[in-house]
Design a protein around this ligand. Structure first.
Ligand code: FAD
Ligand code: NAD
Length: 407
């Protein structure tokens, strides 16, 4: 093979780290590298809930791809992937086609709707910059509308969040801080606004450390969040939702439903004929697709099993980054004619979830629990480490989060 074509799909955590590593690890005459992404920017999903709540501007979350990828070395194609044809080693784009010798799929996640009626039509989800900006604008508009309703029809302003996993809780935390500001700006009485978090499991953040969950619930309830645990969101209508608890149904009027109740891998992967579970491909030890030795998957489209629990590792940025580092290494080996690839071993560093306004909860490496301000600082440290890894000191200084006292 003469100067192989390496094509990376998606400029998320997985795609960006794979590409920036490859541009350093391979000489220009060793391989052609192409990166394909819908937008000319990379966004950090880990801050999208703040963009959606309106507590952080989207420009703090996104990074111009050409600021970190050397476009003299890497062919950046701004286009949308339509399908992958692994038999022909081709990728179909909206505006063209690409041939590859090695493919890295990093197309990320979508909201999982579980077939719930009305969700696609009437609910929002926090999945990218455009969706997050839409949520922020919609909520602002809803507040602006409040005093323009006819008095006899005036209803409470209910914001419903479906799911109290990490995304749901992080968004609720930001909204709890944003609501008083919105009330003041739009002259809406605070007691007319409800922020309701519906969770099917008996507790919020199911499976997470009990003491940290209790801390989070107390803090958020203190700011007016209503938790409805053990409650399934069953249907979303144009102006209400239907929930069920212990076989009792309740209708809650609302035109703001933010669905944060689970994710799946990008449907393009499944539609391209790869065998998937919730859109994720069970990859081999070295992160390739069984039967397609030239296709690697990194990030939320890849499924790997934790041998200790016999369950899939949750899809996280942390794992996507580590998978990308490993994949770049293995690609270097292949390009240089080697055939002994290293298996991927996740190195879990812990989990930190923000609760808004300089507060968070977390468990780190050795099982140490972090509460409040300390956890919030840790979240910024994790983010800053990522920026350093991605774009060096320049990117860190430009986009880093250094204010440890507030945002
Ligand atoms: P993504 O980051 O989703 O990127 C996919 C890329 O592919 C995007 O650039 C997208 O534009 C592009 N793309 C998609 N479809 C196409 C197409 N058809 N054509 C071209 N380009 C396309 N994980 C953590 O470890 N820590 C956290 O604190 C954390 N916080 C989170 C907070 C929120 C609100 C959410 C929603 C998730 C959070 N996660 C966190 C999970 C984490 O963000 C994901 O696991 C991670 O983003 C997955 O990375 P990825 O590289 O697979 O894909
Ligand atoms: P999740 O799957 O972790 O949580 C979804 C929640 O929604 C669950 O608690 C589930 O019981 C609930 N749910 C499902 N169907 C429901 C229904 N019909 N009605 C009510 N509740 C329902 O999803 P997520 O929070 O979007 O997280 C996705 C991935 O991203 C996870 O791997 C997570 O670890 C990761 N993430 C990490 C962080 C962080 O580390 N700070 C933040 C956000 C997301």
């Amino acid at each position: 093979m003469n100067r192989p074509n390496i094509v990376v799909l998606g400029a998320g955590y997985g795609g960006m780290i794979t590409t920036t590593r490859l541009q350093k690890m391979l000489g220009a005459n060793e391989a052609n590298i192409t990166l394909v992404n819908k937008h000319n920017y990379h966004y950090q999903t880990t801050w999208l809930h703040e963009n959606a709540a309106g507590t952080l501007h989207q420009d703090r979350t996104r990074i111009k791809i050409s600021d970190v990828v050397d476009t003299n070395r890497v062919n950046f194609v701004q286009d949308t992937v339509v399908s992958i044809q692994p038999e022909e080693k081709k990728v179909k784009l909206e505006d063209g086609e690409l041939d590859y010798d090695y493919l890295v799929i990093g197309l990320g996640f979508e909201a999982e709707t579980f077939g719930i009626s009305g969700l696609k039509e009437h609910a929002f989800s926090i999945t990218n910059i455009n969706n997050s900006r839409l949520i922020r604008e919609h909520i602002d508009y809803t507040f602006a509308q409040y005093n323009n309703q006819k008095d006899e029809h005036k209803e409470d302003l209910n914001i419903v969040v479906g799911g109290a996993g990490f995304t749901g809780i992080e968004f609720v935390g930001e909204m709890a801080n944003r609501i008083p500001e919105l009330c003041e700006e739009y002259d809406v009485p605070r007691d007319k606004v409800r922020l309701i978090n519906v969770e099917a499991a008996p507790t919020v953040l199911p499976g997470f450390d009990e003491a940290l969950v209790e801390y989070a619930m107390n803090l958020l309830e203190g700011k007016g969040v209503e938790f409805k645990t053990g409650t399934m969101l069953k249907e979303v209508r144009e102006d209400s939702i239907l929930v069920e608890k212990d076989e009792q149904q309740e209708v809650i009027p609302t035109n703001t439903v933010v669905w944060a109740a689970g994710v799946r891998g990008n449907s393009i992967v499944e539609e391209s004929g790869f065998e998937t579970m919730r859109g994720r491909v069970k990859v081999t030890e070295d992160l390739r697709v069984s039967g397609y030795d030239d296709v690697f998957i990194v990030g939320d489209c890849a499924l790997i099993i934790n041998e200790e629990t016999d369950r899939p590792y949750p899809p996280t940025a942390q794992i996507a980054i580590q998978e990308a580092v490993q994949t770049a290494k293995n690609l270097q080996t292949l390009v240089r004619g080697g055939d002994k690839l290293e298996g991927f071993v996740p190195n879990l560093q812990g989990t930190v979830a923000s609760l808004g306004e300089g507060k968070a909860i977390g468990v780190i490496l050795d099982g140490k629990k972090l509460f409040g301000w300390t956890a919030s600082v840790m979240k910024k440290v994790i983010d800053n480490r990522y920026l350093l890894k991605l774009g060096g000191i320049g990117l860190l200084l430009k986009k880093g989060k250094f204010n440890i006292f507030t945002k």
